[in-house]
Design a protein around this ligand. Structure first.
Ligand code: SF4
Length: 281
């Protein structure tokens, strides 16, 4: 036995947006036995499997086109206006679990668009939240996930900058500075969710306290990637796993301290399973 001292970060686990969506889904699953959900309810395969077994039916936008007279859950990432229009056409009842933080951002972007501002969104191409944000601008806003995608010389002299809620705050302000240094007047809107940016600070402190860090997250989670890098930056002995089986005995030496943490989409029960496995080493 390696006698490892294992602790779970009590600030890790679902953010309130994800908790809200899952509670809504489970309530209807208990009543109705099944529920359609547009896209993965959370970017975590283990949690999706748990809910699928309870009757959650994940569908994509093509399948939504062919669905009539059913209830469909909109997950925390939100949806563009076209989804709401389709729901009316197909007589679908939307159970709208869009996160209030995302809805507020959608509104802000819509207001900017209505005022004819030139909108740039720092976000991941094709990410569901970003698709919902773009929809507020009739797909006219420019999305970029790296400053290198922009030709600084030919950018407009005035632009309005927004961010997807789960991006890194440091990177966002780096981009903001580069734009300004290049003579661009930026109307800066830091719309990064505080559930993510606060966790950034807390995780830095947490990662510093242990010999080894096990970061638990689905591979599709955007904030999972950001927060994993935060831990890795503070503690190079940080390992990324998506489930307990991926934890490798070779990573540890006798009597080490191990911290377990995760993304806003990582369920606490999964981090507990990871802890149980490590404690058996
Ligand atoms: S990370 Fe923030 S914006 Fe995204 S679902 Fe959670 S609470 Fe909402």
């Amino acid at each position: 036995m390696l006698n490892l001292q294992v602790h779970i970060d009590q600030h890790s686990g679902f953010c309130f947006g994800v908790v809200y969506a899952i509670e809504m889904a489970e309530e209807i699953l208990d009543e109705q036995g099944y529920l359609y959900c547009l896209g993965d309810i959370v970017h975590n395969d283990e949690e999706v499997n748990r809910l699928t077994q309870k009757g959650l039916r994940i569908i994509d936008h093509n399948q939504l086109n062919n669905l009539q007279d059913e209830k469909v859950l909109i997950r925390a990432h939100g949806e563009p206006p076209s989804t709401y229009q389709l729901a009316i056409k197909n007589n679908l009842t939307l159970i709208d679990a869009s996160c209030p933080v995302v809805l507020k951002l959608q509104n802000r972007i819509k207001n900017s668009f209505d005022k004819d501002e030139t909108i740039y969104i720092y976000g991941k191409h094709g990410h569901a939240e970003v698709v919902g944000l773009l929809g507020q601008t009739n797909n006219k806003a420019v999305v970029f996930q790296d400053i290198s995608e922009l030709d600084l010389g030919s950018l407009p002299k005035n632009l309005t900058l927004y961010s997807q809620t789960t991006k890194s705050t440091d990177k966002f302000y780096e981009i903001n500075d580069i734009l300004k240094e290049n003579g661009i007047t930026v109307n800066t809107n830091d719309t990064i969710c505080r559930q993510v940016s606060n966790r950034d600070k807390e995780l830095r402190e947490f990662a510093d306290k242990f010999d080894k860090i096990i970061f638990v997250s689905g591979t599709k989670s955007s904030n999972g990637k950001v927060l994993y890098n935060v831990c890795k930056d503070k503690n190079p002995n940080t390992y990324f796993v998506s489930n307990p089986e991926q934890v490798n005995l070779d990573w540890f030496s006798a009597n080490e301290s191990v911290g377990i943490c995760g993304a806003t989409s990582t369920p606490m029960w999964l981090m507990e399973q990871v802890k149980e496995r490590i404690e058996k080493f």
